[in-house]
Design a protein around this ligand. Sequence first.
Ligand code: NAD
Length: 367
Amino acid sequence: MSHTITVLSGDGIGPEVMVEALNVLDAVSEKFSFKISRSEHLVGGAALDATDNETPLPQDTIEACEKADAILFGSVGGPKWENLPPDIQPERGALLPLRKHFGLFANLRPGSCLPALTHASPVKNELIPNGFDVLCVRELTGGIYFGDPKGREERDGEIVAFDTMVYKKSEIENILHVAFKAAMGRDKRLTSVDKANVLATSVLWRETANEVAKQYPEVTMDHLYVDNAAMQLVKRPDSFDVIVTENLFGDILSDEMAMISGSLGMLPSASLGKVKDSGLYFGMYEPSGGSAPDIAGQGIANPIAQILSISMLLRYSLGETAAADAIDSAVQKVIDSGLRTGDIFTGADGETKANTAVITAAIVANL
Ligand code: NAD
């Protein structure tokens, strides 16, 4: 098998973790006998520097992404570009247009904490003796962030502001299929999160979820109101497998999940677009964190979020499930061995502090 990916390393720690993560991709493609053809292109601040501040997303970058099966993204942004006009700032001018251009409607954010890292989670350790592994599937292109009308006007002599939460049934069906398929590849449990006791969109969401569920009889689905889901995530995160929810709720819950996981440096993410004829998704894969300018250039960033982004890319866009499983298991073995970058190092017995390159080499050795 041969696959094509476009690599956009970006800024800050992006290029330094990417160069290491690509060693894992090379090793795993050799081990599992598939070919990856990849091209690297400019994005974010690096693209602004190269184009005399014209754009953080050059046309040739977009065209390279269009030709690929998936995009492997690093991170963008940093103090150097913070005072540019908002529309060409790295995140707003590159990430958001990429999501829009490719119709990336499903955001997958794992919130996981390996058993050996529960001390890094703010959740009481006795509540999560075996860690946890939740996947949040968030609808990314609909709901209150994009609904019309939105604005502000004067009514009865007073200023009012308003937003509109709106969902088409087809949008809800699309995201639910992504979530059910993800659950099929995991523990086959799905929690649909809504606010059906108050919101009309949530009533449609719940009805649609119950309908779509009939197509996935192997998956057990339950429903939770979003306020209860927020509480249960900090009380019993290990009781969840996959959570699916709309845009605003997902924005908040996925950040709560990142927080209880302990370190941004461990968390990948995926934004999925249309399903291809193969049944796989076009997608963009990136660490959940940003460009970490505070530690950039020192070779000490945790490469695991970028490496697990490759694992998600292999699973959801290339169908290389065995290779993805091998990466996940190698990461777990390296963490179990006690190797830690600074973000997850506590100095406890059995821990050894290591830099980006050492952690990556250990993961490659454990594939
Ligand atoms: P950040 O995620 O870059 O950093 C927050 C903290 O987490 C920092 O202390 C950082 O050192 C640490 N951290 C993040 N990733 C790490 C890793 N892999 N290993 C070790 N530690 C890690 O968030 P921020 O400081 O709010 O933003 C910095 C820049 O990144 C800003 O310019 C922001 O706009 C940009 N940003 C980009 C993205 C993206 O590219 N998707 C996302 C968020 C922020």
